[in-house]
Design a protein around this ligand. Sequence first.
Ligand code: GTP
Ligand code: MG
Length: 438
Amino acid sequence: MSVVFALATPASRSALCVFRVSGEGCLDCLKDICNAPLVKPRVFYNRLLVSQGALVDSVGIVFFEGANSYTGEDSFEIYAHGGLAVMGSVVELLQEQGFNEAGPGEFTKRAFLNNKLSLSEAESVVDVINASNKRALEASTNSLVGGFSAEVFDFSEKIDVLRKHVEGSIDFSDEDYDFIKEGGVLDSLSCLCADFGGFISKCYVSGESDSKKMVMFVGPPNSGKSSLFNRLLGSDRALVSSSPGTTRDLIESEVFYNNLSFGVVDTAGLRKTTNIIEKSGITLALKKIKEADVVVGVFDDGNRARLSEVVSLVGDKLFVAVLNKSDLGDFEDVKGFDFLLSAKTGAGIVEFKDSLSKLLEEKGPGDQKYFARMRHVRLFDRCLNSLESSMLKLKKGEDLDLAAEDLRLARADLDEVVGVKTADSLLGDIFNDFCIGK
Ligand SMILES: Nc1nc2c(ncn2[C@@H]2O[C@H](COP(=O)(O)OP(=O)(O)OP(=O)(O)O)[C@@H](O)[C@H]2O)c(=O)[nH]1
Ligand SMILES: [Mg+2]
């Protein structure tokens, strides 16, 4: 396979950036791009990176040989300073070596093709990266390194053993001894069906509901939506002013709180207006409500009467009503509102954030041990159907060939989960979801 490289960290200014390079022959360039040799694999060296005699950066660099790398082929990693000019120079240097930019998930795809990971483990790598809360992280880590593939391989072996027994007994079907019933094959198959059903119930199906949760701020103009949005982010991301109609566009960002990350969206204040730009901002806000997991209605004392109007716009979405600007007076009557707080002073913000994260967390996986894809669950269901169909045939004493064929089909479905047998198109679908550099 050709040598590929990628920036594995975001392409934005930060303390460090990490480049990965993988492919046969890639290590040959190290003597040219480093000011001194790298002696041992898997040792972190500090070297000067040079391109055609010119200094690029002082970097950390480590190389791996063949099977002992993530991809299963020769590879190395460069840890450089996280400046955009540094990143550009390292890209240029690697291109000068004739290396190609990697596609999405290329490193993990190579790890799969070189038998370093099963297909389901490779899929879990993305689930670990995308996990937005502790439970989702636990379940996807279990799928990656906590035995998901091992359990699937174990079921495959058991199915094989049973199929050999069924096929073996075909040759002796004329004899008096009923190998299937008296020899315990039927009992073993019945146990296997029960165990496999139990295994399926330990899998949490990751689907759309696992995409990052989104909290949206709506409400009348000037109620403090942008101030509350900024308060959650801990930075002045959205413009705040005393003139109503300040926010026109959707402003999106991300918050990490209580081991949970979620998206937050600030929107234009809802009011009748003739201003075309403001009007389109309001239309955007109303459309976006459909995508939100939680809608936070923000009001102040002057516009609290608009609560029911906003509630009716939100439809059946989870709605939280906030009465903001608590610092401006004593509010004894907070009927209809879930929170009284001040975006300005921070009063009541911790309670608000705690309950927001609870609302979002409740939507994650429950007690299930593993994260599984829809693709896996479809194959598991089909596998269980084949196992049950085989059991039924054996019980009825029907054609043993057909019962053995059901077991073969069941085994093939499990092969597809772990990637023993995989179509190229499926690999394309799976790895296109990855980020570059993984
Ligand atoms: N006293 C006080 N003032 C606040 C508070 N929150 C926001 N404000 C003020 O209220 C005004 C409007 O705040 P914004 O955050 O811009 O309100 P908004 O809802 O985003 O307004 P639009 O974008 O115009 O819809 C600004 O002058 C803020 O400083 C608060 O908790 N207390
Ligand atoms: Mg605003």
